[in-house]
Design a protein around this ligand. Structure first.
Ligand code: SPD
Length: 359
């Protein structure tokens, strides 16, 4: 009897030790240095933390099932498609008291992809734009370099002049093809095959001038002066700027939202339907929605958040920067991501392979 009790106690202890590990799969360079430590200190829950740099990689894992992750962070257009495939569980909002901190207008925007925000909460948001090395671009294109325009790289004459110092482009077809459409004056949300063909033709023309397509390598490369222009994500460019400043290497980096308009995206915290520890996942989401926790993340990664209560705690240098928190005028020029169906997705994948390989 005593033995049975002891065994039961040991099993419970082991069981709870196992249950107290949360598995998180997030974008690289996308959390403050001490967020996980603070979460563990506050809750006793240990965290396994893995990273990715592409929605396509995350999607393959989530749709295959049994990913082992309790928290993932898809961008809202990918989330929409994955919700349709039954990949996420509904949030138990009674376990998320910090939802009261969220900005209602931004959460309403995110509802476009997740009705009633049933499965997700905004983690961070941003824009896709142009990061550039101020001196290297000025040396090649002069004082009137169109750094505020997609023309900086989509005009083949400019791309050719910048090729030697290095252009990198996100390996993100659902963002770059619409950006090319926008530059051409087409609807970036178009799914018309003629428009895909026009974007493909433009991107194929500049492809020989592009050093690489990758979605995370550019942070260090920009910071070190190994590339001079990166089509990248807002906060990542600021991280590159910080790294250059820390290295005191004389590299000056700037970020612009192209005047023609660009994508505004939302990265969403969500719990896979087969998450091993949904209760811990809810505790993590609520922890992230704490005003100070979210402010610390934004202050570290320079991405905008959607937590209204955190705003007074975010550095003014960030809240007042219109390339991070765009003005109403700039916001009017941003577009939302298209949710492509599987047929359109296949066209995009084929088109992208042709562009990248230059065929
Ligand atoms: N280094 C973090 C990058 C996060 C970018 N998420 C972007 C999704 C855009 N669709």
């Amino acid at each position: 009897m005593k033995h049975t009790l002891l065994l039961a106690t040991i099993t419970t202890v082991i069981g709870s030790a196992q249950a107290a590990t949360l598995n998180v799969y997030n974008w690289s360079d996308y959390i403050a240095e001490d967020t996980l430590e603070k979460f563990t200190a506050a809750t006793g829950i240990e965290v396994n933390y893995d990273v990715y740099d592409s929605n396509e990689v995350l999607e393959a894992k989530v749709l295959a099932g049994n990913s082992g992750y309790d928290i993932v962070v898809p961008t809202s257009d990918f989330l929409r498609r994955q919700i349709g495939a039954g990949a996420y569980q509904k949030l138990d909002k009674s376990k998320l008291p910090n939802l009261k901190n969220m900005d209602e207008a931004l959460m309403a925007q995110a509802e476009r992809y997740d009705e009633n925000n049933d499965h997700s909460v905004i983690y961070l948001w941003g824009t896709t734009g142009i990061g550039y090395n101020v001196n290297m671009v000025q040396e090649r294109l002069g004082d009137n370099a169109p750094t505020d325009s997609w023309a900086l790289i989509f005009d083949p004459a400019n791309a050719a002049k910048l090729a030697d110092c290095g252009i990198s482009v996100l390996d993100a077809p659902t963002e770059i093809i619409p950006a090319a459409m926008k530059y051409l004056g087409l609807d970036p949300n178009s799914t018309d095959s003629d428009d895909f063909a026009k974007a493909e033709a433009l991107l194929t023309t500049i492809q020989p001038h592009i050093r690489y397509f990758h979605s995370s390598q550019y942070i260090n490369d920009l910071a070190n002066g190994d590339v001079c222009v990166s089509v990248g994500w807002s906060g990542d460019i600021y991280i590159a700027r910080d790294r250059a400043a820390e290295a005191e290497n004389g590299v000056e980096i700037s970020y612009t939202i192209p005047k023609e308009g660009t994508l505004q995206w939302f990265d969403m915290l969500a719990i896979p339907v087969d998450a091993p520890n949904p209760d811990l996942a809810h505790q993590f989401i609520d922890f992230i929605m704490d005003a100070q926790v979210t402010a610390d993340i934004t202050n570290y990664v320079w991405y905008a958040n959607a937590n209204a209560a955190s705003m007074p705690l975010v550095d003014e240098e960030i809240t007042s920067d219109p390339t991070i928190f765009p003005t109403a005028e700039v916001r009017d020029n941003l577009y939302a991501a298209t949710v492509y169906n599987s047929r359109q997705d296949r066209v995009i994948t084929r088109t992208w392979t042709k562009i990248k390989t230059g065929q």
